[in-house]
Design a protein around this ligand. Structure first.
Ligand code: ATP
Ligand code: MG
Length: 243
């Protein structure tokens, strides 16, 4: 696994998730051990039902593990108070889903603007006093979506919607981005543009990206590919990669 000095973004020991009890009990994984270094980009692959979304939900504190230890940026999550969990979700983590869940009644610009508004952290806003709207416009310009600023999500393409969803998640400058099949409903050309946006922003902001995908090409863009199969997480060996 990729190693880096300093505190890892995620450190899991003996991480276990079991849903339900008795006949409806589903043991998704048991005893996973892994570290995600800060600023890394890792792709998570595995068959349907292997636990990719479950793992992303645990890392986003949307759900709690059944057992084991989960540290996020050095902090043990089991002892976090509700207010700390909410503040992590609002400020430290960004989500991108397969179906982007942009707010349908709001324009592209408003979707970004609202994301900034909802993030209470003041240092996510520029120090020079320019407001959230200007910041959202800057991002749309920078990522070639300015022509779509006043459009509703239904008036732009699926690939554009997904790129807006990425900007919306990253404009708050989270420390980790969790992406669950972000290109799952896109054709290859749009998926390539979405991935390029994701990689470029990752490098510019130094954000850590953990991305679940069924798509080999998408996974190849990451530094490492992790494979999850019933109860096991392993790093895929790849020839000739220096990063
Ligand atoms: N809330 C839940 N209650 C009970 N079982 C669940 C729940 N959520 C997920 N599961 C089960 O846990 C297992 C892992 O589901 P998960 O959604 O994490 O898989 P996945 O790898 O993301 O699959 P896919 O590639 O289809 O998205 C599946 O067997 C699923 O049915
Ligand atoms: Mg899933």
């Amino acid at each position: 696994m990729v190693k880096a000095p300093g505190v890892p973004a995620v450190e899991a020991k003996n991480l276990t998730k079991i849903y339900g009890q008795g006949e409806s009990r589903v043991e998704v994984f048991q005893g996973l051990n892994f570290e995600i270094p800060e600023k890394s980009m890792i792709a998570l692959m595995g068959p349907s039902g292997s636990g990719k979304s479950t793992l992303l939900n645990l890392l986003g504190l949307m759900d709690a593990p059944t057992g084991g230890s989960l540290k996020l940026f050095g902090k043990e999550t089991s002892s976090m108070r509700d207010s700390e969990r909410s503040s992590y979700r609002a400020q430290e983590v960004g989500f991108v889903f397969q179906f982007n869940a942009l707010l349908a009644e709001f324009t592209v610009l408003e979707n970004l603007w609202l994301s900034l508004r909802m993030s209470a952290r003041k240092d996510s806003l520029p120090a020079d006093g320019c407001d959230e709207r200007e910041r959202a416009m800057e991002w749309l310009k920078r990522w070639n979506l300015i022509q779509r600023a006043q459009h509703l999500p239904s008036q732009i393409s699926g690939g554009e919607q997904q790129r807006v969803a990425i900007l919306r998640a990253l404009i708050r400058r989270p420390k980790i981005l969790l992406a669950d099949e972000p290109t799952g409903n896109l054709d290859k050309g749009s998926a390539e543009v979405v991935l390029k946006t994701l990689r470029d922003i990752q490098q510019e902001l130094g954000v850590c990206i953990f991305l679940a995908t069924h798509n080999e090409w998408v996974a190849e863009q990451a530094q490492e590919i992790w494979e999850i199969s019933p109860a096991r997480l392993s790093v895929r060996e790849r020839a000739g990669r220096g990063d």
